[in-house]
Design a protein around this ligand. Structure first.
Ligand SMILES: Cc1cc2nc3c(=O)[nH]c(=O)nc-3n(C[C@H](O)[C@H](O)[C@H](O)COP(=O)(O)OP(=O)(O)OC[C@H]3O[C@@H](n4cnc5c(N)ncnc54)[C@H](O)[C@@H]3O)c2cc1C
Length: 483
């Protein structure tokens, strides 16, 4: 009795939780509405090109390692990773900066651009490392139940950093606007503006420069495949094309779920689908959060994405490329303060076939382009096409590639697709931002306060957006369910 668990969705957080729960002897069934597993880390294979549809930066390898170690394995038992050099390239209006793969080389690169910046960066990174040790090795593994979780002898000494912000602290260290942008970039993964992100979160800079950027062979989807293999070996059952349309509750206890119209009884239910969507599967009296609650939250951006197959190899680009050749502040304002399509967007492009040739046909390149957008903006074919032309023209100018007539294949993905494919609130790409007021116990709960045996995991709850936090979120909720 009490041993069957339904997991809604198959994103990283659900996969992680499923593994921990199965290891404890629960009978776990994962129901995924789409045709494949992995959630936002879906894979697109077409005409010989392979694309990761969502996450592409493998940061914080220690978190992945810790996950597999919990089951007596190493990540290399499931997939191999390679450190990228350059980690990434950043294109500015009239220059390009490559970020090397060791701290010493990064210090040297900074010093060449701004005299004295190497020393300042060294101090900044030492602090970022100390925050990483506190946050990622300890704090994020606490379930966000009480504010007291955040009070430790180490955090008390860092209290001031929760009341300053990343943007301010970075500007105390470097003056060159390009170096400022490079140091502000990592916290964008947390979903808010650097100005709205507590200085304590500079641990992301240590993740970037100190730990490096890695690439799994076969792409991020290789990680999904590894986790699914592990889950299956622990006895987890997966059902795809399985849309959960209702969570049944009687007297504040869930009895199971309806999948594609059929009732399935379970002792406990865990949802890794977007939190807001999961609550729409409940009767009003069993919802914890109102529409006004979600409306007031700061969400991570949505994105306009393009998956493009080129019929030739490209020059002057790296595996990961950031195009910071327009006004960062203005784009951020048009995402968070005055939501609309950005006037001159910053964008990101990756070409995994540069380091993993199997992801494109011989002599070809696969390209993934991402423009961050405000969640909930209007999404039409005409707008997608207008922005494709905008970024491709800039890409050609900045890199010297001529590519508009070398496209074998092109597919776009935007706000409407995030909603229809993932049931994403307002089409957010990566969840709810980590700001001071949206941290730890201030985020939506892992455990329902209304329904006794209903739980939540994923990027809208604790600890927050990103693949490593999703792995941690699964571990945290499994811990609560096992208790
Ligand atoms: C474009 C993009 C780029 C990103 N880049 C990075 C990156 O480089 N590095 C990084 O670390 N992170 C990145 N992220 C963030 C990262 O991908 C996410 O934080 C993480 O994958 C979220 O996992 P999750 O388990 O919370 O949710 P999801 O992956 O969203 O999984 C939820 C699942 O639930 C399913 N579902 C929803 N409703 C139902 C229902 N009713 N019935 C059944 N199933 C349902 C969905 O189909 C989905 O499969 C990126 C995200 C995006 C979108």
């Amino acid at each position: 009795m009490g041993k069957t668990i339904a997991v809604i969705g198959s994103g990283f957080s659900s996969l992680s939780a499923a593994c921990y729960l199965a290891k404890e002897g629960y009978q776990v069934t994962v129901f995924e509405k789409n045709e494949s597993l992995g959630g936002r880390a879906s894979q697109l294979k077409v005409e010989g090109y392979t694309f990761d549809m969502g996450p592409s930066w493998y940061w914080m390898p220690d978190v992945f390692e810790r996950f597999f170690n919990d089951f007596g394995y190493k990540s290399s038992d499931f997939y191999s990773i390679e450190k990228l050099n350059p980690a990434y390239s950043v294109f500015f209006e009239n220059s390009k900066i490559d970020i090397p793969d060791t701290l010493d080389d990064i210090y040297a690169a900074f010093e060449k651009i701004e005299k004295g910046s190497a020393k300042a960066l060294e101090v900044f990174i030492a602090d970022a490392k100390s925050n990483y040790d506190v946050a990622i090795k300890d704090l994020v593994y606490r379930p966000g139940i009480s504010p007291l979780e955040l009070v430790t002898p180490k955090t008390v000494t860092k209290l001031g950093q929760f009341f300053s912000n990343v943007s301010k602290e970075v500007r105390k260290k470097v003056k060159d606007p390009r170096l400022v942008s490079i140091l502000e970039f990592p916290v964008l993964f947390l979903g808010a503006k650097p100005k709205d992100t507590p200085a304590f979160y500079n641990f992301m800079n240590y993740a970037d420069f100190g730990l490096g950027t890695w690439q799994p062979k076969g792409g991020m989807h290789a990680v999904v495949e590894g986790m699914v293999k592990l889950a299956k070996s622990l006895g987890v059952t997966f059902v795809v094309n399985a849309n959960v349309d209702r969570i049944h509750v009687e007297n504040k206890i869930t009895k199971g779920i309806t999948v594609n119209g059929d009732f399935n009884a379970f002792d406990k239910v865990l949802s890794g689908a977007d939190y807001h969507h999961t609550e729409t599967l409940l009767e009003v009296e069993n919802k914890q959060y109102s529409e006004q609650y979600w409306e007031k939250k700061i969400f991570a951006p949505s994105s306009l994405l393009f998956y493009v197959g080129f019929d030739k190899k490209l020059k002057n680009v790296s595996h990961h490329n950031l195009f910071f050749d327009t006004d960062f502040e203005k784009h951020a304002y048009e995402i968070y303060d005055d939501p609309k399509w950005p006037t001159e967007p910053l964008f990101y492009a990756n070409f995994t076939s540069i380091t993993d040739p199997k992801t494109a046909p011989e002599g070809c390149e696969n390209g993934f382009f991402l423009v961050p957008l405000a969640p909930g903006v209007e999404d039409t074919e005409a707008l997608r096409s207008q922005y494709f032309n905008k970024i491709i023209t800039r890409f050609e100018e900045k890199t010297g590639n001529v590519i508009q007539n070398n496209i074998n294949f092109k597919k776009s993905f935007c706000v409407n697709d995030f909603v229809s494919r993932y049931n994403s609130y307002k089409g957010n790409a990566y969840g709810m931002a980590n700001t001071l007021l949206q941290t730890a116990f201030l985020r939506p709960n892992l455990r329902s306060s209304k329904v006794k045996n209903l739980f939540f995991t994923g990027q809208l709850t604790v600890p927050g957006p990103g693949v490593p936090p999703a792995l941690i979120s699964g571990k945290l909720v499994a811990g609560l369910m096992i208790d």
